[in-house]
Design a protein around this ligand. Structure first.
Ligand code: ZN
Length: 368
């Protein structure tokens, strides 16, 4: 390991910009976060560049290099660094979107001021070095593959289950970008098995015993089932119907619960519960919330089984707010077995190790 190596990672989110500096041994030397300038692309770029420069200076002072800034501007190209010389920091940026391989412009970003902008070119100009940019889900997968839950695994599929659903693929420690820069983006594939159910078939769900003290078709007497043959799936902002994200994101889980309970018939059937509240109520024994979580688990199992059939990862790591439901790690692998084209499923489903830090850590690891 190169002890002179300094990796800087930046997680450029819609509400905050976080920066981390990792030393040659992977240890955290600095970590800070600031609010993201709202709706202002140039201010955002300047904020990122300013954070990187400030981090270099702070880390340089902390390392007590006598009489010199650690990274003098004239030496800012790491390729020019000589053996034994302290190298310039590498910079990786995680963004909620992707960089078009055709134009070099940002696309698919939910921070809309980034869309259509040459973010990498602008940062490279300001920082006078090569900068790598990756989707935040790819950064999550990379962080967990580098020294997280997927450490040591050859193929890691990282999944974010949060306000949206994303995914990233890491093979032998490197992010798989793909020909269209969308490798691993499974959130806008259609959820299998949801063509004409609204909400889906009463429990028990397929692929598992579906039994719990709270389950059973009796829970769904007030539910309007889908019209036979009709496509009643919800429509996604992307223009497609029945996207995985519409079911497996936090808002998707909450919306599914609302659809299932219809109008509130009791306190326990309130229609405006968040995903976290639904999980808590299910843990407290609420039958309708338990049924919602069982539908969620069945869907997650079906959706991940398709990934397993195609990618066959050693490890699937879950991140995002919904990944904190510990029941997923036992129930989903039990349910996915029925959908995977194999007599035995060796793929492990694991909880993230680095949690909210994964995005920024993975950005730093974009430079191995
Ligand atoms: Zn969609």
């Amino acid at each position: 390991m190169d002890n002179n190596k300094l990796r800087i990672g930046v997680d450029l989110g819609g509400s905050k910009i976080e920066i981390i500096a990792l030393g040659g041994d992977g240890g955290v030397l600095l970590r800070e976060r600031v609010a993201t300038p709202q709706g202002d692309y140039m201010a955002t770029v300047m904020a990122v560049a300013g954070l990187v420069e400030a981090a270099e200076q702070k880390v340089g002072r902390a390392l007590c290099v006598p009489g010199l800034p650690l990274f003098p501007p004239a030496k800012r190209n790491s390729r020019q660094a000589r053996p034994g010389q302290v190298t310039v920091a590498s910079v990786g940026i995680g963004i909620p979107g992707a960089e078009s391989l055709v134009s070099g412009l940002i696309k698919n970003a939910n921070s809309t001021c980034l869309i259509g902008q040459p973010l990498r070119r602008d940062l490279q100009q300001l920082l006078q070095r090569e900068v790598r940019i990756a989707n935040d889900a790819n950064c999550f997968a990379l962080s967990e593959a580098a020294d997280g839950a997927g450490a040591g695994a050859q193929v890691v599929f990282g999944v974010i289950l949060g306000t949206g659903v994303g995914g990233g693929i890491v093979i032998d420690g490197r992010v798989l970008t793909g020909a269209n820069a969308i490798a691993g983006e499974w959130g806008h594939n259609p959820m299998p098995g949801e063509w004409n159910s609204h909400p889906p078939s009463p429990l028990p769900v397929e692929g598992g015993d579906g039994c719990s003290p709270h389950s059973g078709s009796g829970s769904f007497e007030n539910v309007a089932l889908g019209r036979p043959g009709g496509d009643v799936r919800p429509t996604c902002y992307c223009g497609r119907k029945g996207c995985i994200e519409l079911y497996l994101s936090g808002p998707g889980l909450a919306a599914d619960h609302r659809r299932a309970v219809g109008k509130p018939v009791a306190e326990s059937a309130a229609t405006d519960l968040s995903a976290a509240e639904i999980a808590q109520r299910a843990a407290d024994g609420d039958a309708l919330c338990e049924a919602t979580l069982q539908r969620y688990e069945a869907r997650l199992a079906r959706a991940l089984a398709q990934v397993i059939n195609i990618l066959d990862p050693d490890v699937i790591v879950l991140g995002g707010g919904l990944s904190n439901m510990d029941r997923l790690y036992e129930n989903v692998p039990r349910l996915w077995a029925a959908h995977v084209f194999s007599d035995r499923v060796a793929t492990k489903l694991l909880k993230h190790r680095h949690g909210d830090s994964s995005g920024v850590r993975g950005a730093a690891w974009l430079w191995p």
